[in-house]
Each structure stands twice: as C-alpha cells, then as structure tokens.
Design a protein around this ligand. Structure first.
Ligand code: COA
Length: 378
C-alpha cells in the first residue's frame, strides 16, 4: 500500500511595496492633522463640545510597539493631513484588482523558488484579514491570473489567516484532494487602518506573502516537514473591524472620525494581556505533544504585532530571553502586516538553517485566533 500523503512546505514568497513611511514622517503628518483639527474646532473645543486632539510621538511608537517604518501601496494619500488614507484609483471589473495583483506577485516568487509551474498547482487559498470585496473570491481571481486549473477560496481568520491556511492546505493534501496548494496572504492593511486614530495609526503596513504547501513526493529538495499544526479561536471584541455596507451609520460609512469602528479598532492593552498567555500556553502544550523542548527549537517566527509581546512569548517557549537570531523581528521595517507577519519573518530568516533544525511559525490576532505550525528543515 502506498504511504499516506505527507504535507510539507516547499517554498514561500514575498512582495514588498516600494514605498515606505518612517515613524518620523508618519508622526509629522499626524501632528499636522491634529493642529488642523484643533484650529478648525477651536471654538467648539473651548466650549467643551468637541474633544481636543493630542499629538503622537515617535518615541512612544518605538517603545510601545518596536515599529520603525512600514511599507504602503500609497504613501502620498496617507501622509496628506487633509486625506489620511491611501488614494487608490478604483479599477474596472475587468482589470486585475490591486489585492490580487500583490498576491500574484508573492505567489510567483514562491513558485519560482520551488521551481514549480503554476499549472502544477491544484488549489489556491487566499488567507488574509483585509479582503478587497465580498465576492467573487480574491483567491479565484489569483487562481485565474496565475492560470491554475483547480479550485480556490478565501478564508479570513484575521492575523492568524496564514497558519489556518497552512493547516487547511495540509489537510487537503493528507486527504488526497490536492498535491500542491498555494496559500496567499495579500494584506493592504493601510485601507483598513484609521490613520486619524492616535492609539493605532502607527500599527500596520502593506505586503503580500505566499506559502506553497505540497505532498512530500513532489516537493523540491530542502523542503520543510510539517511536524504538527494546532489552531485555536476564542471570541473577543477587543480587536474589531465592522467594515461593510450592513454596518452603515446613518446611511453612510463613517470612516472619518478618530474612533470609527468601520476600520480597525482595538483595546490594545487587553489584547496584550489576554493573548500573550493564551498563545504561550498553546505553543507549550503543542511542544509537549510533539516531544519538543525549548532547547530543541532553533528559531521562532512569531506573528509581528508588537516586540514586547514576542519577547514574553519567546521567553515562555525557550525558557530564556530570545536573541534576534532565535526570534527574528521584521516589525521594525514592515510594521504589523496582519496575517503575513510570521511568514515574512520565516521568509527572510531561514537560509542559514540546516537539515534537522526545528522552527515554529506562529500567528495570533483578532477573533481571538492563534495558530502554530512546527516545521523541520530537511
Ligand atoms: N503617541 C504618544 N502617546 C500615545 C500614543 C501615540 N501615538 N498612543 C497612545 N499614547 C499614550 C496613551 O495616551 C497613554 O497615555 P496615558 O498613560 O497618559 O493615558 C499611553 O500612551 C499608553 O497607552 P496605551 O494605549 O495603554 O499603550 P500601550 O503601552 O498598551 O501600547 C499598543 C499600545 C497598541 C502598542 C499595545 O497595547 C499593543 O501592542 N497591544 C497588542 C495588540 C496589537 O498589536 N494588536 C494588533 C493586532 S494583532
């Protein structure tokens, strides 16, 4: 009897937008918006009818999050203090949509690294937080642009979408429904971030990643064994985005104010306190199941939301303060890129690993949702 199909990671891909915004540029524009607002509403502020806005600070952003810069698809629109959102000309329905475009770029990178032709792929999962529309599925548009004969669908588990996508792809391969599955994570977070909200305007950036999950029998040399995956969700309103026409306020989508819940909004402190123990416990339990200890782990590619969160989680897993080599950060240059964060960390930090090295791709975020993918280099 032939061996049961065994899913592995063949390659990953990355697309990084050319433009970037430093904290200095971001804060200068935000503070200009604050000055404009406070001047415009001076009388109402004096009468106590409108809240006075407070300036942001580069020092706070770096200390609270570890973020130094973020890539974006449109810098000018975001930094315009009168606009504060990306300006992306709407494309006709017969043009490739921008989210699909960056997803295709990351997918092509992953395929090239695996020496794989798109025609060999059986399925595409677009696993991401920030979908561009309700339907047709982004994944089907990406499938079409790549020329893949098979099936495709979208899945959204917020920042954990990539690990949920990897487990789903792995399950399709185990069940014999596919031999080669592309998981694509295009994230134009800048379209869903409230650039007028001082508490969160610095958090996100834009990027796309892709992961090629395949049957070991067809995978290229040097693939990554998937030792085990684990997913978990626990409902919470502490990170939320109500975007969509069902959630209009007084007939129009309100995206203008600093606290609109039609864009990303969170209780950052609560998220920090509740998610760190949940994720650390989940990783430790899965390691026990797989017979792994902290000392067996060569590298952790953690979700990139906050350096302080990652420091605490890595410490719990490894049993000591993690070095940059053990738990690499891409937050400093990419910001939080939602589902793509742990995949960027993996993509940019695995070349030095040798056969037998163990690693963990781990994501966590809104839902709450968390996913672990333990891998071993072959
Ligand atoms: N510039 C300057 N000061 C700011 C500021 C800004 N942009 N934003 C907030 N502050 C101030 C607050 O007003 C507050 O001042 P106060 O103590 O006088 O009231 C102080 O800084 C602390 O604010 P707080 O929001 O409690 O900051 P924090 O230390 O919790 O850091 C996050 C904020 C969001 C970076 C942090 O909570 C976090 O990373 N949480 C994890 C959640 C996450 O990243 N989720 C993303 C989706 S996965």
């Amino acid at each position: 009897m032939p061996d049961a199909p065994q899913p592995v990671i063949s390659a990953t891909g990355l697309f990084t937008p050319a433009e970037a915004i430093s904290n200095e540029e971001l804060v200068a524009s935000f503070n200009e918006y604050v000055a404009l607002h406070n001047r415009k509403y001076a009388e109402a502020i004096a009468a106590g009818e409108v809240a006075e806005l407070t300036e942001s600070s580069v020092e706070f952003i770096e200390k609270a999050s570890g973020i130094g810069s973020r890539h974006v698809v449109d810098k000018a629109g975001i930094l315009d203090p009168e606009h504060m959102a990306p300006r992306l000309p709407e494309r006709a329905n017969d043009e490739l949509s921008i989210l699909a475009e960056i997803g295709v770029a990351a997918a092509k990178d992953a395929l090239a690294r695996a020496g794989r032709d798109a025609s060999d792929v059986d399925a595409v999962l677009c696993a991401a937080s920030n979908m561009q529309r309700a339907y047709p599925a982004m994944a089907i548009e990406i499938q079409d642009a790549l020329g893949i004969d098979g099936f495709a669908f979208d899945m959204n588990v917020a920042c954990s979408s990539a690990t949920f996508g990897i487990q789903t792809a792995a399950d399709y391969i185990r069940a014999g429904h596919a031999k080669s599955v592309l998981v694509v994570n295009p994230e134009i977070c800048s379209g869903h971030l409230n650039w007028r909200d001082r508490d969160s305007h610095f958090i996100f950036g834009d990027v796309a990643t892709a992961i090629l999950v395949e049957d070991k029998d067809i995978a290229p040399a040097g693939y990554w064994d998937i030792l085990g995956t684990r997913l978990k969700t626990v409902f919470s309103n502490n990170i939320r985005n109500n975007f969509g026409f069902l959630n209009r306020t007084h007939g129009a989508i309100d995206q203008s104010g600093p606290k609109s819940d039609k864009l990303f909004v969170q209780e950052g402190r609560k998220v920090f306190k509740e998610v760190v123990p949940m994720v650390a416990a989940m990783i430790v339990a899965e390691m026990e199941k797989l017979g792994l200890e902290g000392a067996d782990m060569r590298r952790l590619w953690l979700h990139q939301a906050n350096t302080n969160m990652n420091r605490l989680i890595a410490q719990r897993v490894l049993g000591h303060e993690a070095s940059e080599d053990e738990s690499p950060t891409v937050l400093d240059t990419y910001g939080n890129t939602s589902s793509a964060g742990s995949i960027i960390a993996f993509h940019l930090n695995h070349e030095d690993m040798v056969a037998g090295d163990n690693g963990l791709i781990c994501s966590f975020g809104a839902g709450y949702s968390a996913g672990t993918v333990f891998v071993r280099k072959t």
